[in-house]
Every structure is written in structure tokens, then in C-alpha cells.
Ligand binder design. Structure first.
Ligand SMILES: [Zn+2]
Ligand SMILES: [Zn+2]
Length: 637
């Protein structure tokens, strides 16, 4: 047993279908411990909203921390029996369902799982924000268990009534608010004030039947292991084919919208907050529901699938039985999953044999309409329009062709001429290049539309940047980023590079150079005039005297004048020796000293061998200056 579990000596056993949140609330009430304490032990964090919702988080953590022997020790048990998970994955393929189930039992943070489940695509909140209950259920619970609790089947999207008691659900007190009331741990039927006034989720409608059906079928999804149909949408479509809700293998959204309206009634649909129409057209979710291109991993929102199912089948059970062939609805086409790259070998020959009757070709291959059309388009086959069709279309045929070539959206063409999608497909098959041309022009037209929108925006908002397009024209921005990037980038001036700032130099090198050159000239002149013992005028010595030895070496190019002056004044060592000896000999003038090697060496402060090298110079100078020389010295010779 994990060591933390010892801190939680008791945790209530869950009642059937009780939500995780409800068990937590009861554990708080029963133990008298602070919510934070229990939360900390169970989930390791302090926010109880993590336990809200039809699929709470921290299931793995809870399973790990409940006392030994508790049913919640198995995370799979929690997910399957105390969350709404099975409802959301009913229409998903079995493999996806199992994978998501495993993930839900393993992780604490389930935001990604909520995304994978498609909860964000629900037209109404997939997880109702309030906790709902049925007063009659609550009364029964008190009789049987001695306490009341929230049930998971009441927390589903689209469930507004209790299927068992056929009455509207409640979710709080008219005075105190909705559960969780001001974040207090309360079980259904309790509130903070003394005059508990139950608050219904919606006002009771005249006709409860559609909502009861929805609640009952939602509960059916919740307590089943998922559909037995590989692709439920194909199964529904086949049933619709039978009911005449399709034309040429394509589902007609108008007919489904009508059927849903008829089955559920506007009152119920309004209470649910689901629209089947947008103006004169069927709602976009209906149009997308049978679009094979939009294949989601988890399928479509279960509540929408239920509405569509309800318009065709008596119940979900009825729909499930269809697979066995015992249902009332017979399926004209095998329930094969849609294969986007299915090939029909020899289709062109069969097409001619069947006299270009598409229905006969479909029957021959047992293929769906979509598969046949895809294959014909791929092979660029020509299917001539029947004389009947020619007669029916008459003069508008050429107009439709022209519109298609111009890339006008097919939906708009269909509406303008009152044609169905099948007719457009037939017109296209009559001239096989038409589909490609239309696609190209449509693409160009879309691009031009977006370009116009962007150009207009930039004109109206001078100085706009890419980010503005992203926030104000998100659709165009996405398109541009995907398909028209180069043009898009050209619309915005490339950011000007900031001009390099002209920094005032920290040192006036020119003046410095001039001053130091003057100083050098002055020093050398002074030194020559002083008649002191000459010093060696090396470059280093001169710079040292100016006090700019390292500064000069680091910035030679900043001292052009000084460099020039230095080259004039710097002497070689030999020149220096000559200068020093010359100076030393001059010191004898006007004295009665006799010039000897030792004497000269001491005055000149030079080693004897250097003086020896210049003995010719010394001899010459002593003669010129008339200085007596020691007869023993080398100079005398
Ligand atoms: Zn009830
Ligand atoms: Zn109250």
C-alpha cells in the first residue's frame, strides 16, 4: 500500500453511476476533513474543479491513493463506470476507443484527451458547467442508500430530463445558485439557505418525449461498449438511402434537417441549443457530417449523431441490430468502410457495356457512388450526358460549364440554377477536363479573394503588420501561410534596419596625435640643446617619455603624424654610440685631461670594445679638436 494512503483512512464506496465529484463531496461531508486536505491526498493538488466535468482528471492519481480494497483502486473501473467516457467514444473506431481509454486511466492532466475525444467540437458544452440531478432519483437514493448523489447519466450534453422519471433535471437552488454552489461541497437537494428552491435546468417543455428519447439513448451509449459498426456513418447513410434521403448516393442535408425537425420538434431543439438550419440552408454540421474528407478519429459529436440517428431509427439499439440484418431497415450496399484509393479494374469497359448507366456500373462492382466517381475522375473517363439530361438542362448547360470553368464555387452554381450535386458531377464527367479546370480556377479565385482582402486591409490600415492580418483576417492569414506565402510576405515592407548611430569618438585622436608629435619634437630639441649625456633614442624610449607606449601600439593607425616624426628621430644603436662618443670627446675640450681608453670609457659610459670599434672616429676628432692623447692608448697609433 502506498504510504500516502494511510492519511485517508476511509473513502466512501461509490454508488452505481455516481460521478467522481459526487464521491469526493461525500467524502468531505463524511470525514469532516477540509476539502483541501482530501484533494491534496487524492490528487496532489488543491483545485477541485479538476474533478468537475463528465470526464474528471487525476483518475490515475485517485486510483493510487484511495485506501486498499476500494473499488476506485482500478482506474479502468472509474473510467468505465463513473465517468461519461463511454458516451463520448461510442461512435469511434474500436482501436481509437481502446487507446483513449488507456490514456485516460494513465494521465492526470486530461486536456489533451478532451481534445482527442472531440469535446471541443460539440455545438453545445460537451461538459455541462453545472451538476445536474433528478429530484425523484434523489428521493429514491435516500431510501435505498441513505444519501443522495449526482449520477453520470444526468451530466451528458443534450440530456435535460431524467429518462427514468420523465421529468426535467434540476441543477441548484433559485436563491443560492447552481451546483457546485459557491464552491461548497454539497450533495443534490442541499443548499446554503433555509428555503431550498429547486432550480430546473430548462423550463418544462410541452412535449417531453423527444428529450426523454435523447436522455434514454444517451444513457444507452453510456452503458454500452461502443458501436459494432466499423463506420457508423456509412451504416446511417445506407439507411438514409433506403428512406429516400439521398440522391445518386449523396446524402441530401436538407432532407436530414427536415427529418430531424420533424422527429424532435423545434421546441426541443431550441432547448438543446442546436440549429438544423442556417438561414435557408441546412446547418454546416449537417453538411459536414457525411463528408468523407472530414474523417475524424473519434467521429462526430455523439449528440449530433444521436439526432441524425433519431431521424432514421427507432433507437440506437435498432441501429445496432441493423448490422445483423434483423433490423427494419435493409441495407442496399454492403457496409464496407470507405476506401479512398479503391480501384475498379476494367471500369471503362464495363461503363461502355452498361451503356454509361452509372447505377448499373455501381451494382456491377458493388461499389459506392463516391468510389465510382473518384475512379472515373482518376481515369479521366468521358460519360456522355444522357439525351434526357440534355433536354432537362437545356440552355443552362453552357452557362453551368462556363461558371465551372470560371471557378465559381459549386455550391453557388447549385443554388443559382437549382441543381443538385449529382447533376454537377454528371456535367463534369461529360467533359473530363472540366473538373481539373474548375479546381484550378477555383483555387485561383480563392487566392485572388484572399489577396484582395489583404490588400484592402493594408490600404485601410496603413502601417499594418503581418500580426494584424493574423488577428483581424484569420482565414486569409491561414490561407496565405499555407498557399500564398511569397506574395503575402511581399505586401509588407521589409523592416528597416536601424541606421548605425554615428557615435562621437570618445577620444579626439587627431588632436592627440598632433599634441604628442609636437611634444616629441620639443623634447628632442631640448635634449639636443641641453648638452647632457645623450640617451639612446629608441622608439620605445621616446614613446615611454611621451607616456603613450601601449596606447600607441594598440592604435598605430590613429597616429600618422607621430609615426612620421618618430621615423625621423629614432636612431640606430650604432648612431647612438657615435653620438655618445662624440659628446664624450667634446667634454675634453678646454681641460688639461689626456684622453685615454679608460678615461673615455668612463665619460662615455660605454664598454671598451664599442669604443675600440670607433677608434678611427676618436683619432680623427682628437686631431681636429687638438686634444692630447695618451701615448699608450690605441688611439695614438
Ligand atoms: Zn429520475
Ligand atoms: Zn438555497
Amino acid at each position: 500500500m502506498p504510504s500516502d494512503a494511510r492519511q485517508l483512512p476511509s473513502f466512501p464506496a461509490p454508488a452505481p453511476d455516481e460521478t467522481v465529484y459526487s464521491v469526493f463531496v461525500r467524502s468531505v461531508i463524511r470525514s469532516g476533513l477540509l476539502e483541501e486536505v482530501i484533494l491534496r491526498v487524492l490528487t496532489g493538488q488543491r483545485f477541485k474543479y479538476a474533478l468537475n466535468g463528465s470526464i474528471p482528471g487525476y483518475i490515475a492519481s485517485i486510483a493510487y491513493h484511495v485506501p486498499s480494497g476500494h473499488l476506485f483502486q482500478d482506474p479502468g473501473y472509474i473510467v468505465a463506470n463513473h465517468t461519461c467516457f463511454p458516451y463520448f467514444t461510442f461512435f469511434a473506431p474500436a482501436s481509437v476507443r481502446h487507446e483513449l481509454f488507456k490514456k485516460t486511466t494513465e494521465v492526470d492532466h486530461i486536456s489533451t484527451i478532451r481534445l482527442s475525444l472531440g469535446l471541443t467540437r460539440y455545438p453545445i458544452p460537451a461538459q455541462p458547467p453545472t451538476h445536474r440531478y433528478c429530484p425523484q432519483c434523489t428521493a429514491q437514493q435516500k431510501q435505498v442508500y441513505g444519501f443522495s448523489f449526482f449520477q453520470r447519466q444526468h451530466q451528458l450534453p443534450g440530456v435535460l430530463v431524467c429518462a427514468k422519471h420523465k421529468s426535467v433535471l434540476y441543477h441548484g437552488c433559485a436563491i443560492c445558485g447552481t451546483y457546485p454552489i459557491r464552491r461548497h461541497a454539497l450533495i443534490p437537494g442541499c443548499c446554503l439557505c433555509e428555503n431550498y428552491a429547486p432550480l430546473p435546468v430548462v423550463p418544462a417543455p410541452e412535449n417531453l418525449e423527444p428529450l426523454i428519447w435523447l436522455a434514454r439513448e444517451s444513457e444507452y451509449l453510456l452503458k454500452s461498449n461502443g458501436t459494432i459498426h466499423g463506420t457508423p456513418r456509412v451504416a446511417i447513410k445506407n439507411a438514409m438511402l433506403d428512406k429516400g434521403m439521398c440522391k445518386g448516393g449523396l446524402v441530401l442535408p436538407e432532407k436530414i434537417a427536415d427529418a430531424i425537425d420533424e422527429r424532435f420538434g423545434m421546441e426541443a431543439l431550441q432547448l438543446l441549443g442546436i440549429n438544423t438550419w442556417q438561414g435557408a440552408r441546412p446547418a454546416s454540421w449537417l453538411r459536414r457530417l457525411f463528408d468523407v474528407k472530414q474523417r475524424d478519429l473519434v467521429g462526430k459529436p455523439a449528440v449530433l449523431m444521436l439526432l441524425v440517428l433519431g431521424s432514421v431509427f427507432r433507437s440506437v439499439k435498432n441501429f445496432e441490430e441493423l448490422h445483423e440484418g434483423t433490423g427494419t431497415v435493409s441495407a442496399p450496399v454492403a457496409h464496407a468502410p470507405v476506401k479512398l484509393n479503391e480501384r475498379l479494374p476494367g471500369v471503362l469497359q464495363v461503363l461502355v457495356e452498361k451503356d454509361f448507366k452509372l447505377q448499373n456500373v455501381m451494382d456491377h462492382f458493388h461499389a459506392s457512388y463516391g468510389t465510382l466517381i473518384r475512379e472515373l475522375r482518376r481515369l479521366k473517363a468521358t460519360v456522355p450526358l444522357s439525351p434526357k439530361m440534355h433536354k432537362k438542362l437545356g440552355p443552362i448547360l453552357e452557362q453551368v460549364r462556363a461558371d465551372l470553368r470560371a471557378g465559381k464555387p459549386k455550391n453557388a452554381i447549385m443554388r443559382q440554377y437549382g441543381l443538385c450535386e449529382e447533376t454537377i458531377i454528371l456535367i463534369e464527367l461529360d467533359q473530363p477536363d472540366l473538373n481539373g479546370v474548375h479546381r484550378e480556377s477555383a483555387r485561383a479565385a480563392t487566392r485572388d479573394n484572399h489577396r484582395r482582402a489583404v490588400t484592402k486591409f493594408i490600404q485601410e490600415n496603413p502601417g499594418a503588420v503581418r500580426c494584424d492580418i493574423m488577428t483581424r483576417l484569420p482565414g486569409s492569414y491561414d490561407f496565405m501561410a499555407r498557399c500564398d506565402r511569397e506574395w503575402f510576405l511581399k505586401q509588407f515592407p521589409t523592416r528597416k534596419k536601424a541606421a548605425a548611430r554615428q557615435r562621437t569618438p570618445r577620444c579626439d585622436w587627431e588632436g592627440f596625435d598632433r599634441d604628442k608629435t609636437e611634444e616629441l619634437e620639443r623634447q628632442t630639441v631640448e635634449q639636443c640643446a641641453a648638452n647632457d649625456c645623450p640617451v639612446y633614442l629608441s622608439k620605445n624610449a621616446l614613446l615611454k617619455k611621451l607616456g603613450i607606449q601601449s596606447r600607441y601600439r594598440m592604435n598605430v593607425d590613429k597616429f600618422p603624424k607621430l609615426s612620421e616624426a618618430l621615423s625621423r628621430h629614432v636612431e640606430t644603436y650604432d648612431e647612438f654610440v657615435v653620438r655618445r662618443i662624440t659628446w664624450a670627446i667634446k667634454q675634453y675640450v678646454g681641460t688639461d685631461m689626456i684622453l685615454s681608453m679608460n678615461g673615455l670609457r668612463r665619460i662615455a659610459r660605454l664598454p671598451a670594445h664599442l669604443i675600440q670599434e670607433k677608434k678611427m672616429l676618436v683619432a680623427k676628432m682628437t686631431i681636429e679638436l687638438d686634444i692630447p692623447v695618451d701615448f699608450n692608448s690605441c688611439f695614438a697609433k
